[in-house]
Design a protein around this ligand. Structure first.
Ligand code: HEC
Length: 161
């Protein structure tokens, strides 16, 4: 007579194997997708993460003005959040950091004066939005937000793929 449940061990082995595969999945996907930033200090990964923080503060303000309706206190909090992360990406644009998976164009390094000019315009527009958001007057806030948005677009046109 064999074991009372002949298939049991095989079943357990199979389910353990599928657990291992599931836990490996993120690594397999990462390996197939974008190249990872393997350089010391990971400057490209850091600046991308910093721009995501900028977006996370910036985007909800636009959603308010376009769709949800203006909520002055939440808007002001988001403007301040943006202000606190606005300086994060820039120190990661060192020389020799133009490599995959970057979306920066060569011009960041070949036209660094213009890049610095566009960066300063963004910093100034962010500071101005924080001041204007304290008025809680949508007639002043909406154009200040648009002016800030223009600084993202202007820089991306030349410096982001
Ligand atoms: C002075 C130039 C400049 C300004 C201003 C700027 N960006 Fe960017 N942004 C870049 C560059 C360059 C990259 C590409 C970075 C890389 O991939 O190495 C980028 C990338 C991004 C990314 C992609 C991040 C990722 O996951 O790869 C987002 C999102 C983003 N920017 C949002 C914004 C928003 C929102 C603003 C304005 C509130 C803004 N940026 C202002 C230059 C700028």
């Amino acid at each position: 007579m064999g074991a009372p449940f002949p298939g049991k061990n095989e079943e357990m082995r199979a389910s353990r194997l599928s657990l291992v595969l599931v836990s490996l999945l993120p690594f397999l996907l990462a390996a197939c997708g974008e190249p990872q930033d393997t350089r010391p200090g990971q400057p490209v990964a850091h600046r991308k993460a910093a721009f995501k923080e900028i977006l996370n503060a910036f985007e909800p303000m636009g959603v308010q003005l376009r769709d949800e309706g203006y909520k002055p206190d939440v808007f002001l909090a988001k403007a301040k959040e943006l202000d606190s992360v606005k300086d994060k990406p820039w120190s990661y644009f060192q020389a020799d950091t133009n490599y995959p998976p970057t979306e920066a164009t060569d011009k960041v390094w070949s036209d660094s004066q213009q890049f610095e000019h566009d960066r300063q315009a963004f910093i100034d527009a962010t500071s101005r939005l924080v001041v204007v958001a304290q008025s809680k007057d949508i007639k002043q806030v909406a154009p200040a937000y648009e002016a800030l948005h223009d600084t993202c677009r202007t820089c991306h046109k030349t410096f982001k793929k």
